[in-house]
Design a protein. Structure first.
Length: 95
């Protein structure tokens, strides 16, 4: 019975390991499909997928920083224009 138990444990372990590897493979496919540079390359190696994903993330972070700066500049300009509009409205009342 000891051999049978060991065989059962080994089989169970093998099944679980196969499932883990399959889930990992599917995750790499999903990641690959989200990265424009490798989305159409079904043979893209995992290391390339990871490198391109890192590049993509870095690029998005850079874009985000730039857009936050632009948004802040636009907000300030909007505030200035609102203030100017209010000043013009107030000066018009007294004309």
């Amino acid at each position: 019975t000891s051999d049978t138990e060991e065989n059962d444990k080994r089989r169970t372990h093998n099944v679980l390991e196969r499932q883990r590897r399959n889930e990992l493979k599917l995750s790499f496919f999903a990641l690959r499909d989200e990265i424009p540079e490798v989305a159409n390359n079904e043979k893209a190696p995992k290391v390339v997928i990871l490198k391109k994903a890192a590049e993509c993330i870095f690029s998005m972070e850079t874009d985000e920083q730039r857009l936050v700066t632009v948004k802040e500049q636009l907000r300030k300009k909007n505030d200035q224009l609102r203030l100017r509009l209010e000043q013009l409205r107030n000066s018009h009342i007294y004309l």
